[in-house]
Design a protein around this ligand. Structure first.
Ligand SMILES: C[S@@+](CC[C@H](N)C(=O)[O-])C[C@H]1O[C@@H](n2cnc3c(N)ncnc32)[C@H](O)[C@@H]1O
Length: 248
């Protein structure tokens, strides 16, 4: 079954709070967004499909960078309502649609992008094949997800957190890396289901579908970002995110 946790009102309140109240100081703004945008090739005149678009910030951004048309889809009506309120401009459309169903769109695109949503998807092989089919020849897929060294962790009573701090230094807890499958975690007091896939599985799935790997990024914040939120120095110990660009 597809999970739609972003339509749970308590979860949405918590998530909106870190993204909106924490604007400019959170990990998205200081780490994921700037590094993701560096990985996206020139969008001038391109058509783009954004999977799990959330508030649609990237969609407006790429339209302003010269994309011809951007379609953002998301399983959550709450996120699409916010996207329509905040980031709807000419040439950008938003639609409630699970990314598992993109083959029903009946359109092809020059680029598929997706930020921090693929770890919610059960069947990565099918998703990657569907993306390959929906891309025009030479098209790009750029996506970020939680880094496998983060998704691997299975909390237990005696080891409840995915990291420990010793003498002020951050140490990631690394376990279950080669045990692929579901991970249940608590986020904003809700049980959230994610899928852990190791690096090998992610890369091999992309290659098997026919993609050429162009660039892989395990992002760290800029010096400026660390000044804004020194906690993110920990990205040099253990990155939260993985960003990959592949080409058809
Ligand atoms: C962490 S948020 C990221 C939102 C946005 N991409 C960003 O970076 O700001 C993950 C998003 O993925 C969406 N999502 C999760 N599972 C999905 C699915 N099966 N199909 C489409 N969207 C999904 C969620 O509703 C949520 O908006």
């Amino acid at each position: 079954m597809k999970q739609n946790i972003y339509d749970d009102s308590d979860f949405a309140k918590g998530y909106d709070n870190i993204r909106k109240e924490g604007k400019g100081t959170n990990a998205n703004d200081l780490i994921e967004i700037p590094n993701f945008r560096k990985m996206v090739p020139d969008v001038k005149g391109k058509t783009i499909l954004d999977l799990g678009c959330g508030y649609g910030e990237n969609d407006k951004y790429y339209k302003e960078k010269g994309a011809e048309y951007v379609l953002g889809i998301d399983i959550s009506k709450h996120m699409i309502d916010e996207a329509n309120k905040e980031n709807k401009v000419d040439g950008v459309e938003f639609e409630v649609l699970p990314m598992e169903d993109i083959s029903t769109l009946g359109k092809t695109f020059d680029m598929v992008i997706s930020s921090l949503a693929f770890h919610y998807i059960k069947d990565f092989d099918k998703l990657v094949k569907d993306i390959y089919d929906i891309l025009n020849d030479g098209g790009y897929l750029v996506f970020s997800q939680e880094h496998p060294n983060i998704t691997s962790f299975k909390p237990t009573e005696n080891m409840p957190k995915g990291h420990i701090e010793v003498d002020g230094k951050y140490y990631g807890v690394f376990s279950d890396y080669n045990r692929l499958g579901t991970r249940e975690m608590n986020w904003f007091d809700k049980k959230v289901l994610k899928y852990h896939r190791n690096f090998e599985y992610i890369i091999n799935t992309l290659v098997k579908a026919g993609f050429t790997i162009e660039e892989v990024n395990e992002p760290v914040p800029s010096e400026e970002g660390i000044k804004i939120n020194p906690k993110y120095n920990n990205q040099f110990d253990r990155p939260y995110f993985l960003i990959i660009r592949v080409r058809k």
